[in-house]
Design a protein around this ligand. Sequence first.
Ligand code: PMV
Length: 345
Amino acid sequence: MSLVSFWQAPSNIAIVKYWGKYGIQLPCNSSISLSLEAACTQTKVEVLPLSGKGTEVHFYLDGERKESFETKIWTLLHLLGDDCRFWKEHSLRISSSNTFPHSAGIASSASGMAALALCLLDLEFKFREQERPLNFFQIASSWARLGSGSACRSLFGGFVSWGKAEGLNSSLEEGAPLPFQVHSVFKGMKDAILLVDQAEKKVSSTIGHGLMVDHWFSERRFLQAEAHTQRLLSILKEGDAEGFVELTEAEALSLHAMMMTSASNYLLMRPNTIAVIEEIRAFRKQTGLPVCFTLDAGPNIHLLYPATIENRVKTLIDNLTQDFCLGKNLIDSMGTGPVELNSKE
Ligand code: PMV
């Protein structure tokens, strides 16, 4: 029996944002994201004999032990309860690395928790001497969600939903790919991540989700997100590139508006975030090209555009990168989802 599991999972960028949760990591609204191709986490879990102290979990990021991550892993293991038992008789050595730089404006918790969930689930089946079931990725999605909500969408490629709504295959507990072929306009969609600021997050997403509980506008926000989810499904089916631009930017600004209007209000956009947004809008007006921005819970811009106009957007990206973004960007695109890696590597 193999005592090692090694998986790669992608990060994702939400188009309709998840912001606000209840119970055990259940979302207050449906969300839809795009899984990335290049921005991934690779995680190897090695199962070792029990130490004299019982189960020990050692986590290494790029070869360096990170005890702060171990607390998060313990929380996940406990939340999994009896669904994941093998670790109770063993110790774990978990080695992880990201294919993108730290604080690059990419959610490493999503790709990290997705890759870890895949390893744990794979090992659990190995220890139970059971074949992987057909719904292996769905189960892994529900496990990843317990570690970080948005991670449950990183178990699949392309456009992925999370939440329960008409026209979605996902549920509150797990993500799922959209149940139809998206229009060719959106195939291979590009995401250029423009690094406005590389400082650590000022406010964690756990605190941000918490501030939605007594927020003046949360009820309306959740309704807006459900309406946007339904509208995005039509946009993606019909190939409505202009509709995509309008909805994507409205979602990004709504997410930040929630932060700015919460009880302990805070602002994650930086002056250059606004400058880049205005440049993108001016470029769009001038050229008529369907380029748009979205934001995660941070100041960096994700510039989204169809792969077919890549050459025409290159100058815009180069200029924005030079003028407002510390000379740094990362150009990614729609990805195909997790892959199992060779555990002998
Ligand atoms: O998965 P969490 O708890 O880190 O929440 C992340 C939420 C956003 O990234 C801001 C939006 C989303 O849907 O991914």
